[in-house]
Design a protein around this ligand. Structure first.
Ligand SMILES: [Zn+2]
Ligand SMILES: [Zn+2]
Length: 149
């Protein structure tokens, strides 16, 4: 599958393209490269979520549309009391269900430690790709965050 970049927004029919999208976006914006990627999958097997978060502070929580289980993304729970979460709605089609994948930028050398977390999402209805929030990780060790997608 390929990402369609011909329109105003990048789109893909395939949830598996979130990783490539985040890589391409980082390259295009000249931001820190993403070294690891993990797709969000609920314990029930679903890959469709509602997404709530604070794009200023960079915190996010996902809620499975199938079983309603909520889970904080990476270390968001630690800072949730300071966040002003809003529900994400697709700016193209108003749908509020997404596939989610998290990109991790790793510090070179020992560790490795996570330096930056980037949340990527894909609207399950119209396929629009986006990056809702990203935030810096400034503590160590932080490799465990890669298991908290
Ligand atoms: Zn579920
Ligand atoms: Zn949409």
């Amino acid at each position: 599958m390929a990402i369609d970049k011909s329109g105003d927004f990048w789109t893909s029919p395939d949830a598996g393209d979130i990783e490539r999208f985040l890589n391409d976006l980082a390259a295009e914006e000249g931001s820190i490269p993403i070294n690891r990627f993990r797709a969000a999958r609920c314990a029930c097997g679903s890959i469709e979520f509602r997404l709530r978060g604070d794009d200023e502070e960079g915190r996010a929580e996902r809620v499975c549309v199938a079983c309603k289980m909520a889970r904080f993304i990476c270390d968001s729970a630690d800072y949730w009391s300071e966040a002003e979460p809003e529900r994400l709605v697709c700016h193209v089609c108003d749908n509020d269900t997404f596939n989610i994948g998290i990109g991790f930028s790793l510090e070179k050398g020992k560790g490795p430690d996570v330096q930056w977390v980037t949340v990527g999402e894909r609207c399950v209805k119209c396929g629009v790709l986006g990056s809702f929030a990203d935030w810096k990780i400034s503590y160590s060790p932080s490799a465990h965050l890669m298991d908290q997608v």
